[in-house]
Write a protein that binds this ligand. Structure first.
Ligand SMILES: [Ca+2]
Length: 321
């Protein structure tokens, strides 16, 4: 029996790849895609989710919009690395259908109460706002989750929005703190592992040579990121008046690692760690720190077999139409 999953997402280039891989995985029954503001605003992430599912021929999967802003802090500052449209300018048609006329956490609650307890998992690919809203507004329903696998945090290494914090957690640290403390089984997929699963142009060329229509789109999304990355590095170098050393840009498979953990858990090693989210608006705001006194027990992925993970992603993408 495939595992019923709700994919909570803010597409986003790596979100798009994660969605592709999930759709290529018979182990998963995607019961909905819920959207959240993050990489880009909510209207865009919702539109992108509709476009991506249409591209996959999966218009039957309901899309439900969630939160347009962080739980307690208002607007989320979008990450410029995903391009103005969140999908690196990929030209995907928007289908006729619309998101369901309800709100993500409400829909989640209804669905969790309707289905057998502990059967549904959430794969969280963006800020944890929608999930925290579920925990706060419908704890009875949230308790029925089988678990949450969430991309976020930087545990034993530097962040990506600041030296201390990773984007998804920094965008809504209060939400992350609520989810960690909810008593629901949380698996965190931090930069500590996702930064080790890196696709370079050679990998991307193989993807495009072996795959079909969806693999070509994946290739284009990755290439858009690599170009943007090169442009930013070269602009930085110019600003400093420095010569830019030749380098090989690589695409980190942040969100795809969440789907991989759901379908092939043995690719990763995990530790149970007491984690606390810093929410003090200091320079460490949004950090995920190990704190045996005040932390909440979270399963944290700390090791990954990068070669096998990349091979698994490639195999899934080329299996799509
Ligand atoms: Ca994401």
């Amino acid at each position: 029996m495939p595992t019923p999953v709700i994919i909570d997402t803010d597409p986003g280039l790596d979100d798009a790849l994660a969605l592709f891989i999930a759709c290529a995985s018979p182990e998963l029954d995607i019961i909905a895609v819920t959207t959240v503001a993050g990489n880009i605003g909510l209207w865009r992430t919702t539109t992108n989710a509709l476009k991506l599912l249409h591209h996959l021929g999966r218009d039957e999967i309901p899309v439900i919009a969630g939160s347009a802003q962080a739980l307690r802090r208002g607007a989320i500052e979008a990450a410029p690395i995903h391009g103005e449209d969140g999908l690196g300018g990929a030209d995907l048609p928007l289908p006729e259908r619309r998101p369901l006329a309800t709100e993500a956490s409400e829909w989640m609650a209804r669905e969790l109460l309707r289905r057998p307890s502990h059967s549904v998992r959430i794969l969280a690919l963006g800020p944890l706002t929608n999930v925290a809203q579920l925990v706060e507004s419908r704890p009875d329903a949230a308790r029925r989750l089988a678990g949450i696998i969430a991309m976020g945090g930087a545990v034993r290494e530097a962040g990506n929005v600041t030296q201390f914090a990773e984007f998804n957690i920094a965008a809504d640290p209060e939400a992350a703190s609520i989810v960690f403390g909810s008593g629901i089984a949380v698996t965190l997929v931090p930069l500590d592992v996702t930064r080790k699963v890196l696709a370079d142009r050679e990998w991307n060329t193989t993807l495009s040579a072996k795959g079909g229509k969806v693999a070509q789109t994946a290739q284009a999304l990755i290439e858009a990121y690599l170009r943007n990355f090169e442009a930013r590095v070269s602009a930085k170098g110019k600003n400093r008046g420095a010569l830019v050393q030749p380098f090989t840009p690589k695409f980190p498979m942040h969100d795809p690692c969440v789907v991989l953990r759901a379908i092939e858990p043995g690719l990763f090693g995990a530790e149970a760690l007491a984690l606390r989210v810093v929410i003090d608006r200091s320079e460490r705001d949004g950090a995920t720190v190990i704190d045996s006194e005040a932390g909440e027990l979270v399963e944290v992925l700390t090791r990954v077999d990068s070669g096998r993970a990349l091979a698994a992603i490639l195999a899934k993408l080329v299996a799509l139409p």
